[in-house]
Design a protein around this ligand. Structure first.
Ligand SMILES: NC(=O)c1ccc[n+]([C@@H]2O[C@H](COP(=O)([O-])OP(=O)(O)OC[C@H]3O[C@@H](n4cnc5c(N)ncnc54)[C@H](OP(=O)(O)O)[C@@H]3O)[C@@H](O)[C@H]2O)c1
Length: 205
């Protein structure tokens, strides 16, 4: 987790914090640190996730994927919400995925991700979490977004080179980072509560 101070005199300072989204004590410690040192939080980006594609039984993969990709963001969001609500313009981004588009018509058109059931289910659930947070806190000024970052080179699908580069189809992460920055800067505020894709804009899911 990285915190960037909003105080202009500290605008270049970055403080790395340890936070395991499956460990409530570490979430609470990180929230306390931010409260003590900054007093409020302007932006929360729930980015952490696991692919859940391999390793262990289906039960183990389902449970660990949902713990990291759904329960974790819900707990992180809950712990940091009091600080977000102290910000004059708080935004909360949940990094989702096209794999979580759950409408039957759209999901049936998607390519099946072998072993991807835990991941797809987790991102569909995350999208619902965004809707619930928007309904609960939107009228208090909290702008919540489900963000689909596109197909990005990373370790999410596995560490071998083919998986990392999405079998030649994934892109470097810079464009996704810039898209998040647009949301952080307010460009998409009128679409708070929705699923926003870097490649397709607002999408029904
Ligand atoms: N890559 C894509 O094509 C793609 C497409 C759609 C959506 N996304 C989403 O984009 C986000 C970032 O994924 P990525 O592609 O950058 O994958 P990544 O390289 O595997 O990054 C995932 C990050 O989550 C962290 N993480 C995992 N478990 C955690 C835990 N319990 N507590 C705290 N942090 C934890 C990992 O930290 P460690 O490295 O320390 O384990 C890692 O930094 C995810 O939400 C993913 O679902 C990615």
């Amino acid at each position: 987790m990285l915190i960037r101070a909003t105080n202009p005199s500290l605008s270049t300072s970055i403080t790395p914090l340890h936070l395991d989204v499956t460990d409530e004590a570490s979430i609470a410690a990180a929230a306390s640190f931010v409260g003590e040192h900054f007093g409020c939080l302007d932006v929360l980006i729930n980015n952490a996730a696991v692919g859940g594609l391999t390793g262990g039984s289906l039960k183990e993969r389902m449970e660990s994927t949902l713990a990291t990709n759904v329960t974790g963001p819900a707990l992180v969001s809950s712990a940091f919400r009091p600080l977000l609500l102290k910000s004059p313009s708080p935004r909360s981004l949940f990094i989702s995925s096209g794999a979580g588009i759950a409408s039957r018509a759209s999901a049936m058109k998607a390519h099946r991700l072998p072993g991807g059931e835990p991941y797809c289910v987790s991102k569909a659930a995350l999208n619902m979490l965004v809707v619930q947070e928007h309904l609960a806190y939107g009228d208090q000024g909290l702008k919540v977004f489900a963000v689909s970052p596109g197909f990005v080179i990373s370790n999410l699908r596995g560490e071998d080179e083919d998986a990392r580069n999405g079998w030649g189809k994934a892109e470097p992460g810079e464009a996704s980072g810039l898209f998040n920055l647009e949301i952080v800067r307010g460009t998409w505020d009128e679409h708070a509560g929705k699923f926003i894709s870097k490649d397709r804009g607002v999408q029904e899911w």
